[in-house]
Design a protein around this ligand. Structure first.
Ligand code: F6R
Ligand code: MG
Ligand code: MG
Length: 366
């Protein structure tokens, strides 16, 4: 049975500030998707939030880029925005960058990760959702999961994974894509993946079968809007078990803390802290950046779950390490590398300050 899994997300208003989402907004999204399920548009759905981002997790039989499913997501976000406006939530509708839906939700603001699959006898799926970070945040974990034998022992000892995985990498500035075969092309691939502000891992495929293994949202809000409008706060779908890495191999990269862009005013580096659903509230300096992992088994498109996969004391040391890194970076205040380089900050006063002080700059006599 061919099933499409669509994860479409947007920040339609924060409560309080940009820290988390309001229960009435989440409830409104659930009602909208329940209606679509009753109408037969969706097989099933799961609604959740990570920080101030609302995620619509949907299964259906309409394939990727379905106009009907994308319109459903858009209309749901519009209805949620109305609730957010009535409660005067912060930044109501902030990720809806266009006034009207026009066939596909990509390019209108919300982030999208989709995959069409033939459901296996047991179809294990993990959906990662992050807040206060940018679309390249999955590059390092996806590399470790699908290309690093020190993380994924299955690459070495599981015969059905030994041929490796193919990565599709997007140049988000120039809208170009390229594929790399791991393991033989990893040195070339890392030249690009190691620079996540410009290059994002979009999808990963099992080389022996060609089956899709992972799909990430790569939309960059600032590139769509041409100005600062908030952080991408990306999502990523990963298939697990059998010919794909085990659940534990997929979660393992988050045990060692990755430093990402996007903390406070989209202008700071911070540790990506793996947290339980209940801890996905960005309060300290509007962060630190968070990631949650929702695990599901699919049963003929029905979402059996979610299992809150980072709700585990085994990730306590990672949370502790993230807090230590947060302390260290915060100690630097407005200095780089805590603050992002000048050309990457989402907020800046540099043009005004520079203009005001231009007459005071004197040539240096060497
Ligand atoms: C939002 C974010 C926050 C805001 C900050 C200022 O994703 O990262 O840190 O940038 O709270 O928000 P405004 O400008 O809306 O007052
Ligand atoms: Mg927000
Ligand atoms: Mg957010």
């Amino acid at each position: 049975m061919d099933i499409t899994l669509s994860v479409i997300k947007a920040d339609v208003g924060g409560y309080v500030g940009h820290s988390t989402s309001h229960p009435d907004v989440i409830q409104s999204a659930k009602e909208s998707l329940e209606h679509a399920k009753q109408q037969g548009t969706l097989i099933d759905y799961y609604v959740t939030n990570c920080g101030d981002d609302l995620q619509l997790i949907m299964t259906h039989e309409q394939g990727e880029d379905s106009k009907q499913v994308h319109k459903l997501a858009w209309d749901t976000f519009v209805e949620c925005t109305e609730i957010a406006k009535s409660l005067k939530l912060h930044g109501a509708g902030q990720d809806l960058l266009c006034d009207a839906f026009s066939g596909n939700i990509k390019g209108l603001g919300p982030g999208v990760a989709e995959m069409q699959i033939t459901e296996r006898k047991a179809e294990t799926i993990i959906i990662f959702m992050a807040d206060k970070t940018a679309s390249g945040a999955w590059n390092l974990p996806l590399y470790k999961i699908f290309a690093d034998p020190f993380n994924t022992i299955g690459l070495v000892i599981a015969p059905n994974m030994h041929a490796g995985f193919r990565f599709e990498v997007h140049d988000v500035l120039e809208a170009k894509r390229i594929s790399f075969n791991a393991p033989e092309e990893i040195y070339d691939m890392l030249v690009f993946l190691g620079s996540p502000g410009r290059y994002s891992a979009k999808s990963v495929y099992h080389r022996a079968t060609g089956e899709i293994a992972a799909s990430a949202s790569t939309q960059r809000l600032s590139l769509i809007a041409g100005r600062y409008v908030g952080k991408d706060d990306p999502v990523c779908i990963v298939r697990a078990q059998g010919t794909f890495p085990a659940v534990g191999e997929i979660l393992e990269p988050f045990a060692s803390v990755n430093i990402v862009k996007g903390w406070m005013r989209g202008s700071h580096h911070g540790p990506l802290m793996p947290v339980s659903f209940g801890q996905a509230r960005c309060t300290r300096f509007d962060g630190p950046p968070r990631v949650i992992a929702a695990g599901f088994q699919l049963a003929n498109g029905k979402l059996i779950g979610a299992s809150d996969l980072f709700d585990d004391p085994a990730f306590d040391p990672a949370r502790q390490r993230a807090n230590t890194i947060a302390d260290l970076l915060r100690g630097m205040g407005p200095f780089e590398p805590h603050r992002l380089p000048l050309d990457e900050m989402e907020y800046t006063t540099m043009p005004e300050v520079n203009k005001k002080l231009a007459p005071r700059f004197q040539p240096i006599d060497e």
